[in-house]
Design a binder for this molecule. Structure first.
Ligand code: 13P
Length: 255
């Protein structure tokens, strides 16, 4: 038995209403029939239009961030309830761009993961080391620390809601994806962490996605790795043809 492929497009701060509808109208007929999940992580302004456009299709819609608070005086923030009200089913948490540009720290990311679970949204927890940390041999230590802080205090049931995305910061937007061997090694460390904390069942079921310069070429070898269950795709998810190719290659390799 293998895990079905999960591919999430992260549109970041791109796309408008008409482009969103066009993309979502085109995508379903381009997808292969093999099993697997296909998800789009869209800007908050597009949650409603994207979820309306994808109704009746297999496309799942989610957000790129969520507030750690339930509601109230938090200008500019978006809550779990608002995301669900607009049709969102999951949210990215702790993307390296949020850690870097908006100073999200481990404590805040932990609160967001917990809030998402409490609010019924699947958290896609993003972890990854910087170039500097990689060069000084700290990859494993950095990742285990990020994982422990963000999700270490969850119980088995809560932890089973989490999707983990390994996104090495040095590979994001650079055109240089991690080699399949390096990514596999890290994914197996992540799965080992889950196994040790919550047992084999959670370890087997948790999707662990790779992100960082995934495109229709780089996905081919990455997705053959046993612990790489799919991809979190930035730039190449903005084009429906390249995104569909990534989804199809992933599905066919895993099924
Ligand atoms: P790219 O695919 O553009 O490298 O971005 C990866 C990413 O940050 C997805 O969350």
């Amino acid at each position: 038995m293998s895990r079905p492929a999960v591919v999430i497009g992260n549109w970041k701060m791109n796309m408008k209403i008409k482009e969103t509808v066009d993309f979502i109208v085109k995508l379903p007929s381009m997808l292969s029939q093999s099993q697997g999940r296909v998800c789009l992580s869209v800007p908050s302004t597009l949650l409603k239009v994207a979820s309306d456009a994808s109704r009746g299709t297999e496309i799942e819609i989610g957000s790129q961030n969520v507030s750690q608070f339930e509601s109230g005086a938090y200008t500019g923030e978006v809550s779990t309830t608002m995301i669900q009200d607009s049709g969102g089913q999951f949210t990215l948490i702790g993307h390296s761009e949020r850690r870097m540009f908006y100073h999200e720290d481990d404590e805040m990311i932990k609160e967001k993961v917990y809030r998402a679970i409490l609010g019924g949204l699947a958290p896609v927890l993003c972890v990854g080391e910087t170039q500097e940390q990689k060069e000084s041999g700290q990859t494993e230590k950095v990742l285990l620390n990020q994982l422990e802080k963000a999700m270490g205090s969850l119980n088995e049931n809560e932890a089973s809601a989490v999707i983990v995305a390994y996104e090495p910061v040095w590979a994001i937007g650079t055109g240089h994806a991690a080699t399949p061997e390096i990514a596999q090694e890290v994914h197996s460390v992540i799965r080992g962490f889950i196994r040790e904390k919550w047992g084999e069942k959670n370890a087997f079921r948790t999707p662990i996605l790779y992100g960082g310069s995934v495109n229709p070429d780089t996905i081919k070898e990455l997705i053959k790795m046993p612990d790489i269950d799919g991809a979190l795709v930035g730039g190449a998810s903005l084009n429906v043809e390249s995104f569909a190719k990534i989804v199809n290659i992933s599905r066919e390799t895993k099924s």
